[in-house]
Design a protein. Structure first.
Length: 635
């Protein structure tokens, strides 16, 4: 037993240890402020908790730190090891203890939700704010959107926030059965929702059989057009299932978990498999707190992921036996063969790739990887022909919605890492010297076709924020960056160059251009002047592969400034006043405009409605005001 020189509360702890039973349960270590700093489970509480306070010299540094911090111990006795496992998971989520290795909060992952309504909807969401059944989390929005699009093609269901009394456009184009108007019974609608639920759970088999039976029945009744429609849906679902299937469909319902770790972090991949198809696959990076073994981490992570994903599997495929995972909770397959081995190998490939991504990202952002960051900056200096190492990089981005709530953001990276104290926000005033900008040499823009030219508001906004930023820096004697990056192509670069020339500031400028899919694919810079002093007006493409680590650093800077500008724009927009073309109509307020947009989707759709359609939504008097106004706009 340790003495008071290690923990001054040891006498009190020793008394508490004598009262702890030899039963399965959960224990909590509390610090001097009564805060829970560690939660654990044990088959034998007395033996496990006492072990912390004996053989102190043999403990790891982190456990020694924990032992020195404990002031009190709280235990909860449960009936079985499974109960202890579930309670431990619940308490870790509740208290977020300092010394527990935990999964990151899953609130940012996308989910699909079937709402609890008389006629349920299928919603894409990242927050559990709506009552209903949630499916997920999904690793990214693209996969989820693809699944949602397939369901949209297979089934008719409502998407409107408020049910009216007349069929809307969605019914007319065949996307909704119009239960609001009584054109589809609740029993028929709920049968559709049940089919959607089965697909989201990965249960394709029964739905495919039902579709085949329905197709043959319709064909037998000579209803060939309806049978052909069912056949098209059947092929769509079979195609999706075949793309998702990685092993034999006899592997019906199983989870697969793999882990690799180093001294500081553990990396976990979790896959859900239904009927041979991967429903979703999620990776997690877990920072070790007490030098836990991989088995100890999995004993906590597996129950948490099982609950988080709503898994119904009774079997989990693991790379090795996890002793602390009760057999009554999940059946472990630690040395899989055949298809199960393929699944484990696939999971291991996923987690190895994820580990490389995480390490590379830290190498770009963390101070302990400074030498590598400097090497990247040296390569960037060479690629752009910069006069000095770009230790200070600033990047700008604009954000607005059709010119409304226009803002801009600027981020600064120091030594390859975000320097958030130097981030700046700009409200676009529109007071840039436009006469000077019109004299700017016309620039050939990639995104405007061969020989195309244009000068838009984004360029004026860029000129304004660049001028405000560097005019103020020059007036205050602030340190100029080593490199200015604009989130855009040649046009934005020339705009920034013209402003800096006017301010008589010599500063290297680079641009990040996007392709037609809005993906960054080129690094641009001004070519050196003919005399070798300064830069000319010609823009050149820097030959660099998108897989190059230097390119990844630039993408990180670009993503960060985009995130920063978008966040500022959303904050400003949320504080602003709701305004649309409809609110310009005399007699039409924000509430009415909001109702119209919710009902019809857009101003363009409102223009297509008849006077009776508008009257059904907002009443005859206001409907006439809107109807006459939009007709005048068309003229």
């Amino acid at each position: 037993m340790i003495d008071s020189s290690i923990n001054p509360n040891i006498d009190r702890i020793a008394l508490r240890l004598k009262t702890i039973p030899e039963s399965p349960g959960v224990y909590q270590h509390l610090d001097g402020e009564g805060k829970v700093i560690y939660v654990g489970k044990a088959r034998n509480l007395q033996r496990r908790v006492s072990s912390y306070f004996s053989h102190y010299d043999d403990k790891s540094p982190k456990i020694k730190m924990l032992v020195r911090s404990v002031r009190d111990i709280r235990v909860t006795v449960v009936a079985t090891e499974v109960d202890a496992l579930l309670l431990e998971n619940s308490l870790i989520k509740r208290y977020q203890p300092r010394y527990n290795s935990m999964l990151k909060d899953d609130k940012t992952y996308p989910y699909l939700c079937l709402t609890e309504e008389p006629f349920p909807r299928l919603l894409y969401t990242r927050r559990h704010t709506t009552k209903g059944q949630y499916f997920g989390p999904y690793p990214n929005g693209r996969i989820l959107r693809e699944l949602q699009d397939i369901i949209r093609q297979l089934f008719q269901y409502r998407t409107c926030d408020h049910m009216g009394k007349r069929p809307c456009m969605k019914h007319q184009i065949g996307l909704c059965g119009a239960p609001c108007a009584g054109l589809q019974s609740r029993e028929d609608y709920m049968a559709t929702i049940e089919d959607i639920r089965r697909i989201l759970k990965g249960d394709f088999g029964e739905i495919l059989e039902q579709m085949k039976a329905q197709m043959y029945a319709l064909a037998g009744e000579m209803r060939f057009e309806e049978a052909e429609a069912v056949k098209r849906k059947l092929r769509l679902l079979e195609e999706y299932q075949s793309r998702s299937t990685v092993v034999d469909t006899n592997v019906r319902d199983v989870d697969t978990v793999s882990i690799i770790s180093d001294e500081r972090y553990a990396y976990v991949n979790f896959m859900r498999i239904k009927h041979g198809a991967i429903i979703y696959s999620i990776n997690h990076e877990i920072k070790k707190q007490l030098d836990e073994s991989d088995a100890e981490i999995l004993s906590t992570v597996i129950p948490a992921l099982h609950e988080q994903t709503g898994s119904s599997a009774s079997e989990v495929i693991v790379p090795f036996e996890v002793p602390e995972l009760p057999a009554d909770y999940l059946r472990q397959t630690a040395e899989p063969r055949g298809d199960r081995r393929k699944l484990l190998e696939l999971s291991l490939r996923n987690v190895e790739s994820y580990q490389k991504q995480c390490r590379h990202q830290r190498a770009l952002t963390q101070g302990d990887a400074a030498p590598q960051a400097v090497r990247l900056l040296e390569r960037l200096q060479q690629a752009l022909g910069l006069p000095r190492l770009p230790m200070e990089i600033e990047c700008f981005d604009n954000s607005h919605i059709q010119g409304a709530y226009a803002v801009a953001g600027m981020v600064r990276f120091t030594g390859g890492k975000p320097n958030r104290k130097e981030y700046r926000k700009f409200n676009i005033r529109g007071d840039v010297e436009t006469s000077r900008l019109q004299d700017l040499e016309t620039t050939r823009l990639r995104d405007n076709g061969a020989g195309g030219h244009r000068l838009n508001d984004d360029y004026g906004s860029m000129a304004e924020v660049v001028e405000r930023r560097y005019r103020r820096l020059a007036e205050e004697g602030g340190a100029m960056p080593d490199l200015l990056i604009v989130d855009g192509g040649e046009g934005q670069m020339h705009m920034a160059r013209e402003v800096l020339d006017r301010l008589k500031i010599e500063l290297p400028i680079a641009g990040l251009a996007k392709d037609d899919r809005h993906r960054t694919n080129e690094l641009l810079c001004f070519a050196k002047a003919a005399d070798g002093k300064g830069y000319g007006t010609e823009v050149r493409v820097v030959q660099m592969k998108p897989t190059d680590p230097v390119f990844h650093l630039l993408e990180q800077i670009q993503n960060e400034v985009h995130r920063f500008a978008i966040t500022f724009h959303k904050d400003k927009r949320s504080k602003g006043t709701f305004r649309t073309t409809l609110t310009d109509i005399p007699g039409i307020g924000e509430h009415t405009a909001h109702e119209l947009l919710l009902r019809f989707g857009s101003v363009k759709q409102i223009q297509l409605q008849t006077l009776d359609d508008l009257a059904a939504a907002i009443g005859p008097a206001k409907a006439r005001l809107v109807y006459e106004y939009v007709r005048r706009q068309e003229v």
